[in-house]
Design a protein around this ligand. Sequence first.
Ligand code: HEM
Length: 417
Amino acid sequence: MATQLKVELDPFVVDNRPDHVPAELVRDLRWALGNFPVTYDEPYKETQIFFEGDVPPLLWTPDAVAGHPGIGAWVVTRYQDIARVYQDAELFSTEGVAAFQSMIGETWPCIPLGIDPPDHMKYRTMLNPFFSPKAIDALEQKIRASANVLIDSFIDKGTVDFAYDFGRVYPVRVFMDLMGFPFTQFEQFLEWENAILHSHDFELATMALRGILAYLREFIAEQRANPGPDLAGKIVTGQVGGRPITDDEIIGTIFFLWLGGLDTVASTLAMIFRRLGLDMAMQQKLRADPELIPDAVEEFLRVQPLVNSHRLVKREFEWYGQTIKQGDWVMALVTAGNFDPAEFDNPREVRFDRQGNRHFTLAGGPHRCLGSHLARRELRVALEEFFRRVPPFKLAANDERLIYPGLRSARNVRLVW
Ligand code: HEM
């Protein structure tokens, strides 16, 4: 079991470096991309190294682009540079981002993520009403009921594997309900999602892609024939820019919602409750003053970013004295930028009274997370209901504390009270 990573920033020799990338900027950043398991209390503490000494703000690393094996990327670590990558859609495109379907030769884009402005707005206009704060208010009772049904199942036992028995199930239940997916698909969905996002195994990932896409196509055909009252039914009968949505747009939208909506909240929850199980004083503070919970959610999101976003460069430009060419990939290393001391005071400290907490965990710019209000509400409700019903808890003494690669998270968090 890995506990300590080999964290280094020495230049690294690779054979897929394009000619315009200077050798001295090439680094092996697999440790920073969450590719190895760790047991740290602070899962991202090692990214501090980017802010020490004279580490160049722009680096290049091989094999860094999700869904595009063997492709390297420029990497930016500073807050302001990440803001530029998210906001400047004229320069940085999302074409091909998270396009796992290209691994099996499918050519439709992920919607809305894989579409650049101005077209992107047509899809957000179609989807935003279902994810607005008002729409989430209407869902809140169901969200709270989902949390309570799960708490009922273990409250009398004095212990729970929080990540497995709560975090893994609760947001997926909410998401499946929202979309209208039958709950019988639960285990199968998680197995496919895990193979695509976390397995780092090409064969497993492509098999899972074939599985989920065949399932979704059948599900979409049923919804088309007989549109249900849930979000999937609304998407198949939807309008994009005043015309009916096409088949490719339907699969692109439903597949991406499935990809983005399934285990992000689960991973975040597991890490929040792992932290609270390790830090009784922090837990007590929130129990004593539940009004702190919304700000705490924001701060937990900041210190536990899951996604380092990629963008495809649209035209050649100069950055930090380097020529960045059209077709190069750039990665915004949010797992560093959310801790940039130029933006956040004492960035490694978890502070619920942090002002202007503009982290990038839910991205920024036009592709800011569509599910952000839903995610925040699920996190808030889980904390409220746990503190209301479950006595003070701690991490079980024999908990292995392992944080897995991929979307960096714990699969098991054993709590006792
Ligand atoms: C804590 C939970 C979540 C995190 C950390 C998260 C993170 C992100 C990030 C970083 C992006 C931008 C990706 C990029 O620019 O490359 C994004 C976009 C997106 N997320 Fe989330 N997400 C979460 C929850 C959700 C949920 C629950 C849903 C849906 C049910 C969702 C749906 C989406 C969609 C559709 C986009 C694309 C938005 C666009 O391109 O306009 N996310 N999310």
